[in-house]
Design a protein around this ligand. Structure first.
Ligand code: GDP
Length: 319
């Protein structure tokens, strides 16, 4: 795994493109491990990407994300679309995602060649989503997934980050949990393009819908041409409301395609992706500056009071 020589990039990309689940899995593992061949792999795939529709699903644990994902996979597969599922758990330090993998009940899709399911439990240095997540999305995109569902455990900041990765974000709530109020608190009212009140077989679904609609109406997305978030009721376990949900998601996609918002989101996403790679490289390089200008050497001089931190920073940059 250490040397890039052990990876036949061209062959791997070619098999992934032909739909080999093994090749896709291997590529995502290379992405997760930040394999040295990654730049080469991504270069080989770049021209194959940019086609997938990325749908983010987020919400508190137990609200029904996995069940909804399963329901949506079935619906999109029913249309003959190729589907990718990426389950991200940024709260877990484990990568490889056995935990989340177990949680996804996709037994009926396991043998279906048109579905890739992958979990990533890895998190980034700063506690947010791992930098690998956008690259994993690109792998699924290049492998021909027309729809990619990104499911995340709703833990604070990661919800916002998932919204940043998706073309369309669905926020899931369940009745009777005071979830509406929680939504407002957590700021997820701003990130939802479609709100899903799941477990609509339980009491209180209608009042949750009303509450959400009311809160949306109070929001500041009233400018003409701006997408007005929709609210859909579902019973994921029985696939009730599935058509309405798919149709609401599609409406958002069409709306943002037509308005140019979709492209803006994608450019913004690419900007953050490039920025994070560039910053990581810069960080590495700062440690390797010659002539006493490396970060550790400069740090010693700052600690000893020889130079101040600003001057030190300038020395590193000049190096
Ligand atoms: P996640 O943690 O958000 O992924 O939620 P899951 O999809 O794992 O669902 C949590 C629990 O709620 C499971 O026991 C599901 O069977 C149940 N559940 C999911 N959707 C529904 C629904 O529409 N109605 C009811 N009554 N239970 C549901």
């Amino acid at each position: 795994m250490r040397s890039s020589g052990t990876v036949d990039v061209a062959a791997l990309v070619a098999s992934a493109r032909q739909g080999s689940p093994r090749a896709v899995a291997r590529l995502i593992t290379l992405v997760e491990n930040e394999h040295p061949a990654l730049p080469e792999i991504m270069a080989a795939m770049a021209s194959l990407t940019g086609r997938a529709w990325v749908i983010g699903l987020t919400g508190s644990p137990g609200v029904g994300k996995s069940s909804t994902t399963t329901m949506l996979v079935r619906a999109f597969r029913g249309e003959g679309l190729r589907v990718g599922v990426l389950a991200v758990d940024p709260s877990s330090p484990f990568s490889g995602g056995a935990l989340l993998g177990d949680r996804i009940r996709m037994v009926d899709h396991a043998l279906d060649e048109g579905v890739y399911v992958r979990s990533m439990a890895s998190r980034g240095h700063l506690g947010g989503l791992s930098a690998a997540t956008p690259q994993a999305l690109r792998v699924l995109d290049a492998a021909g997934c027309e729809v990619i569902l990104v499911e995340t455990v709703g833990v604070g900041q990661s919800e916002i980050e998932v919204a940043g990765l998706a073309d369309t974000t669905a926020v899931l709530l369940a009745p009777g949990m005071g979830d509406g109020v929680q939504a407002a608190k957590a700021g997820i009212l701003e990130i939802g393009d479609v709100f899903v009140v799941n477990k609509a077989d339980r009491d209180g679904a209608d009042s949750t819908v009303r509450e959400l609609r009311h809160m949306i109406s109070l929001g500041d997305r009233t400018e003409p041409g701006t997408w007005r978030p929709s609210v859909v009721k579902t019973v994921a376990l029985k696939a009730e409301g599935c058509e309405e949900l798919v149709s609401a998601l599609r409406k958002h996609y069409r709306h943002t395609s037509a308005s140019g918002e979709l492209r803006r989101r994608r450019v913004h996403r690419a900007e953050r992706e490039v920025e994070s790679i560039a910053l990581a490289r810069l960080r590495e390089r700062m440690r390797e500056m010659p002539n006493g200008a490396s970060l550790p050497e400069v740090a010693e001089r700052v600690a000893d009071g020889e130079v101040d931190a600003y001057a030190g920073a300038q020395q590193v940059l000049d190096g």
